[in-house]
Ligand binder design. Structure first.
Ligand SMILES: Cc1cc2nc3c(=O)[nH]c(=O)nc-3n(C[C@H](O)[C@H](O)[C@H](O)COP(=O)(O)OP(=O)(O)OC[C@H]3O[C@@H](n4cnc5c(N)ncnc54)[C@H](O)[C@@H]3O)c2cc1C
Length: 316
């Protein structure tokens, strides 16, 4: 197996050449601050931030990265990740140019939608609301992309991506493209088994035609509740910890007396204790210290180990 090269040892011009040496359209930037690409607005620099325009450019780039043993990570909306202060080694690949959405099949009780991975999840939610397509009402208000939502099986109010996902098309590290049935992706509670190194290019979603009023009414109730109970106007990455079986992590954190706890500029939200918010210029190390402190208190109070829900990435 090839070892990953350290970016420090790679000349930038050479790297630019490596990434763009074959037909590549899109943009490439170096030392890109990840705080500009995450909802927490925290994170050091990515060595390279690449935004391919279409699949062939992505394929060519992946091929070159593999040849050179350069690591990469896909990013969608950056709404479920904490990037460490030392930044990310290798290439962060943004799928934001992959945003097409088409209705590809319609019957009396089924509507099939093709949607690319960089499209916002809320684009699909708007389609559902405007046309009365049922199945994802509870996903209203969840930020981020389709790719991130499939990868983490985003969900809320008893709804999740798993309920409506028929298949996903993936590109592996060799640039090979395969459509995989949803059951093989093993979507579970905020998890999936997307093969390591694969990038989700698109998804096929199935919803049910319903009455527009019904769909709208449900969404209105859900978003009202979400706005009342979650600090949506603050900088966060959603829930920090996974709910332990049959329990609410937020309630455990609250009952362990952690609401309002603060380290540096990171605070346990007073509205929902499983949200940690960036009150200004927070650092990832403060965020991780607060996670450790909260976990410790919950363990001490209830003997329960909290597991992170957010993805912590980057150089230690
Ligand atoms: C205010 C707020 C509220 C939230 N509410 C909810 C909620 O109710 N329910 C919920 O489930 N989540 C919630 N979240 C968390 C987050 O929005 C979701 O997890 C979302 O689906 C993440 O999508 P993203 O595109 O931002 O993913 P990112 O943060 O960009 O990435 C997350 C992971 O997915 C991987 N990934 C992203 N795109 C691809 C791709 N194309 N191919 C392969 N891997 C990929 C990344 O490598 C990373 O490991 C909330 C977040 C915020 C900030």
């Amino acid at each position: 197996m090839r070892t990953h090269k350290s970016m420090k040892n790679i000349d930038k011009n050479l790297l630019r050449e490596i990434i763009t040496h074959k037909d590549f359209s899109g943009s490439v930037s170096f030392m890109e601050p990840m705080k500009d690409h995450t909802s927490l607005r925290i994170g050091g620099q990515a060595d390279v931030f690449a935004v391919p325009k279409e699949a062939i450019s992505l394929k060519n780039m992946l091929f070159a990265l593999k040849e050179e043993g350069i690591p990469f990570i896909p990013v969608g909306g950056g709404t479920n990740m904490l990037v460490r202060d030392n930044g990310i080694e290798g290439v962060v690949i943004s799928l934001k140019n992959f945003e097409r959405m088409d209705i590809v099949g319609k019957e009396r009780d089924s509507v099939m939608i093709y949607i690319e991975s960089g499209a916002p999840l809320q684009k699909l939610v708007s389609l559902s609301r405007d046309n009365g397509y049922s199945g994802i009402e509870g996903l209203i208000g969840i930020p981020g992309s389709i790719g991130g939502a499939v990868s983490g099986n985003a969900g809320s109010f008893g709804y999740s991506v798993k309920d409506v996902l028929i298949s996903a098309t993936l590109m592996d590290a060799d640039g090979e493209v395969t459509e995989i049935n949803a059951d093989r992706l093993r979507l579970g509670y905020r998890s999936s088994r997307i093969p390591q190194g694969s990038i989700i290019l698109s998804a096929i979603i199935e919803m049910r035609p319903n009455s527009k009023e019904d769909v709208k009414k449900k969404m209105k109730e859900f978003i009202k509740e979400k706005r009342e109970r979650h600090p949506l106007s603050e900088l966060s990455a959603g829930c920090v910890f996974r709910n332990p079986e049959g329990m609410s992590a937020g309630r455990l954190i609250d009952e362990a007396g952690c609401k309002g706890m603060k380290i540096g500029e990171v605070e346990v939200s007073g509205l929902h204790a499983n949200y940690f918010v960036n009150k200004g210029n927070a650092t990832a190390s403060d965020f991780i210290r607060l996670m450790d402190e909260v976990s410790k208190r919950v363990r001490k109070a209830f003997g329960i180990n909290l597991e992170p829900e957010i993805r912590i990435i980057g150089r230690r």
